[in-house]
Design a protein around this ligand. Sequence first.
Ligand SMILES: C[S@@+](CC[C@H](N)C(=O)[O-])C[C@H]1O[C@@H](n2cnc3c(N)ncnc32)[C@H](O)[C@@H]1O
Length: 306
Amino acid sequence: MESFKQEKIGEVPSNDFKAIKKEREAKIREHEREKFGGDYSKKPENLKAFIEIGLSGIIEKLPSKIKAVQLGGAGGRLAESVKKILEGEGKNSDFSIVDVNKKFLEEAEKRGFGVFELNLVDKVPIERIDLAIMRNVLHYNSIEDIKKILRNIKDSLKPEGYFVNQVISGKDQYHVEFINKILSKEALGRGTNYLTKGDYLKLCEEAGFDTKFAGDAPAGKWTLKEMFWRTYPKKAEAQGVEDLSVFSEKEKEEYFKKRDSYVEKCKGILESFSRGKNIEDIDFKGVETEIEFTGPIFVSQPKIKK
Ligand SMILES: C[S@@+](CC[C@H](N)C(=O)[O-])C[C@H]1O[C@@H](n2cnc3c(N)ncnc32)[C@H](O)[C@@H]1O
């Protein structure tokens, strides 16, 4: 198993963890997020991979009427796709969407889902769930909060219920360490806890789950420019990454200054890794430096009490 960096990452206090807050403050809607380099969520091949890898092995074990929830579900696009597939298999699902971001939930409501606006750290608002799905959510939270979230999910499932989760990770332990550093509170004012497969399996075990790695969804690639823009307090009217047409000259100047300083920080972080740590495949190209994120999918069930 890869080494577990729990103590080190766990030092970030929950109330100091800005990742979710930063995205919420950007006050964008889900379809706007997609314009800003976040289109991974809606790509049909990524939705398909989640279903094929995460669900195909368990569909026949699910009841004909499924009580289901998408956690950190934003606009509910993934739930919509999963619902359709389940219907095709003769299974009727009643999905609710839980998210802390009210703006995203408005879109889930438009898709016809019941919604709950709350932080999963506090609770999962439904009991005796047959199927909980989650994708690309946990890294926004501190390690202590991830532990609470996983425990809340485990407690909300039926004993025979399933939790299918795709997390964002990196090729190996060093890549995960690198992406956590370039998206850290110090570098980007944000903070992330991307986990290795080993980290995730250990956290699930501690939360009381039996968990299997089911396979990898397609990797995503983001440039430093996209990652910086994503949490920049941007104008709602901007049409895409670095569309500065709505910025005043002074705002543009400030933007480039902050962005370039961020890229310099990332260069320093990359250089600090080059001595013996295995991330030589990351080619520094300034703002256009591309970072690959992997998408392991896991299937969990509450451990059977003996
Ligand atoms: C990158 S988006 C992914 C959206 C969706 N799961 C998908 O794959 O299309 C992450 C979502 O997780 C939500 N989120 C993160 N941490 C959360 C928490 N502790 N409680 C509730 N929602 C959370 C965010 O508000 C955001 O909508």
